[in-house]
Design a protein around this ligand. Structure first.
Ligand SMILES: C[S@@+](CC[C@H](N)C(=O)[O-])C[C@H]1O[C@@H](n2cnc3c(N)ncnc32)[C@H](O)[C@@H]1O
Length: 275
């Protein structure tokens, strides 16, 4: 494959339009890393030639595949640990009590990537509240990437993915080895409802949530997109619901209706009327 200058601006626009993600101009090495493989599999002589092909073609699966390859999907089991400790020790016990007369407690992992985040929540619930009846908790997980969702739904992870954040005891209880990978057991897999949802499009068919995990995704959006997503979150969060963001993310200076609360185990956000 030859090395020629390519139209980074075209890719920036493509990715922004499809996902709202802003590709920084110093990230052109990501293009070489991720698009090189796709371009060579399709037998283009260079990334530049592949991009020229995209520019000339009506929107198709290659544009989707390209966007997907350029959006960060980094995740791991029990990522950053503290939000999960909060759920386990204070938030879920209190919601189970306060929602005892209601149908379900709704939890949403809003950019779930390949599924490690919602499966961590599912395992935590199984471990800590084993007597909770099915139907008392609804766990929804979504992402805009169908490729990520397919992997999430399949629930199969490599040794490397399994070794990141997952305690061995949970691995042995909830995963079965298959060759070089690990398959999550159906009991946990079936606790999660996966659906494709693009955060920059209108959100339909979602119930009001008690807990939202919107972690490590706002960071990739511009100010306007962040504000518009937080505005939608505000409508989809119960008045006394909990919003978890990534450790480098905040609602500060974005939406005054949220306030950050330092819980015993971790920081979370709630609507001001809740406190
Ligand atoms: C860095 S991962 C974070 C995964 C997980 N929340 C975590 O914290 O480990 C970011 C995820 O956001 C998804 N994403 C990016 N833009 C999105 C959008 N507009 N709508 C929904 N998901 C999006 C990506 O596909 C990716 O899976």
């Amino acid at each position: 494959m030859t090395n020629q200058p390519f139209d980074f601006e075209y890719l920036r626009k493509l990715v922004y339009k499809q996902s709202g993600v802003v590709l920084e101009s110093d990230k052109d090495y990501l293009v070489t890393l991720h698009l090189g493989r796709i371009a060579s599999e399709l037998q283009f002589e260079s990334i530049a030639a592949f991009i020229e092909h995209l520019k000339k073609s009506p929107f198709n699966h290659l544009h989707i595949q390209t966007t997907d390859a350029l959006v960060n999907r980094e995740t791991s089991f029990f990522r950053d640990r503290h939000p999960f400790e909060s759920l386990q020790s204070t938030i879920l016990p209190s919601l189970i009590q306060s929602r005892s007369s209601q149908r379900s407690i709704n939890i949403w992992s809003a950019a779930c990537s390949t599924g490690q985040e919602p499966y961590s929540i599912a395992m935590l619930i199984r471990e800590t509240f084993p007597d909770l009846k099915t139907g008392r908790i609804r766990l929804i997980a979504s992402d805009f990437s169908q490729i990520a969702l397919d992997r999430a739904q399949q629930g199969q992870y490599t040794n490397l993915e399994i070794s990141r954040g997952l305690p061995t005891a949970l691995r042995d209880r909830y995963f079965r080895p298959i060759g070089q990978s690990w398959q999550i057991v159906d009991e946990i897999r079936q606790m999660v409802e996966f659906q494709q949802l693009n955060l920059i499009h209108p959100w339909t068919a979602l119930p009001k949530m008690d807990i939202i995990f919107l972690r490590n995704v706002l960071i990739y959006f511009n100010l306007e997109t962040k504000r518009s997503i937080l505005n939608k979150i505000q409508h989809h969060l119960q008045e006394d619901g909990y919003l978890f963001l990534g450790s480098g993310e905040t609602t500060l200076h974005l939406d005054p209706r949220f306030q950050a609360i330092q819980g015993k185990m971790s920081l979370y956000h709630q609507l001001r009327s809740a406190t």
